[in-house]
Design a protein around this ligand. Structure first.
Ligand code: DP6
Length: 330
């Protein structure tokens, strides 16, 4: 059995995936739009072996063997791939992120994208990118978008075959930069997996879903026009709407820390006082992603790092679709 190594970028959503219509297949409540990240990626090597040689899947992430729930989630994904290929082989998987786990960058998106592509190729399963996107979605919803480079739309769809991502614009379409302001490295208390199931308990959820559907064409048009003054207010609106849903779920999810508000207010101040085109979005955690044009990235990064609540920043432009590497991790 040959070894395959694949690198996939994480992604940052401009219209968020939050809430599932069918948790069994991560069928989302809304379509979402994201940018695949160049500088934040997962590299994964997979080799399959007969169960007689390798009795159980063995998975190592960032140097530590996975156990418990984290391992079980990967095993369930490997089961899907085994059943597609009609084999009972076990997988040896080694994975490495080039960004810290608690950075506010989704390791599940890049992780499940890289795992899906590497595990399928190592079994010589010939699936196109759309099928791979659907398969990656079963592991982690946002991973469906990391199957493509540049700017990506995940269509909500109605079932497993139709809930897939597709590319909107290639990575070189727009020199847009995502700068993550890390305000806390503490592990989050509620995973996104658990949070998606809570969305429907918020009285604001239906309104946010309806509004996200209205924002979507404008978000795509703003990306087409490479216009941050058009895109920025829309992404801030949806990020705040998603956090309003989180904060009003039962039980409530309050991911923000004092540093989160410090960054939000600073970004608004720089826009107003200095005319700096920078806009924020926030995922299921306290760290703030600040979007700006490439020409402003140095200034924004420097200003973020000067805030007392920001411990570090990680900057990334648009990145490619998953690709194979010839250097393996084992
Ligand atoms: C807030 O894709 O991490 O980042 O499907 O349970 O793995 P699972 O959830 P996940 O959720 C991402 C939520 C988000 C918004 C987004 O990326 O669209």
């Amino acid at each position: 059995m040959h070894k395959i190594t694949v690198r996939a970028g994480s992604n940052i959503a401009f219209i968020k995936y939050w809430g599932v219509a069918d948790p069994a297949i991560n069928l989302p409540l809304t379509s979402s739009v994201s940018m695949t990240l160049q500088e934040a990626h997962t590299t994964t090597t997979v080799a399959w072996q007969p169960a007689s040689d390798l009795p159980a899947d063995a998975v190592t992430v960032d140097g530590a063997p996975l156990t418990g729930d984290a391992l079980a989630r990967i095993e369930r994904h490997l089961d899907r791939i085994r059943s597609l290929a009609g084999v009972s082989h076990r997988a040896q998987v080694t994975s490495r992120n080039n960004f810290p786990m608690a950075s506010g960058i989704a390791s599940s998106a890049s992780g499940f994208a890289a795992l899906t592509v590497a595990a399928c190729r190592a079994l010589e399963l010939d699936l196109d990118a759309t099928r791979l996107s659907a398969l990656a979605r079963l592991g982690s919803g946002s991973a469906s978008r990391s199957l493509f480079g540049g700017f990506v739309l995940w269509e909500r769809g109605v079932d497993d075959a139709t809930s897939v991502a597709r590319p909107l614009f290639p990575p070189d379409h727009w020199d847009l930069v995502d700068i993550v302001a890390v305000v806390s490295s503490a592990p989050k208390h509620v995973s996104s997996e658990g949070g998606h199931r809570l969305a429907a308990s918020s009285p604001l959820n239906d309104a946010r879903i309806a509004h996200a559907g209205k924002l979507l064409p404008d978000v795509i048009a703003a990306i087409r026009n490479r216009s941050l003054p058009e895109l920025g207010p829309l992404i801030e609106m949806d990020a705040l709407a998603m956090h309003a849903v989180m904060m009003t779920s039962t039980p409530n999810l309050i991911y923000w820390q004092p540093g989160t508000l410090e960054v939000i207010h600073a970004v608004q101040r720089w826009r107003k006082d200095d005319g700096l085109a920078a806009y924020f979005t926030i995922d299921a955690g306290p760290n703030v992603h600040v979007l700006c044009d490439g020409r402003d990235a140095g200034t924004v990064r420097h200003s973020l790092e000067a805030l007392p609540g920001v411990s570090r920043t990680i900057a990334s432009g648009p990145g490619p679709a998953p690709f194979e590497l010839t250097d393996h991790l084992f």
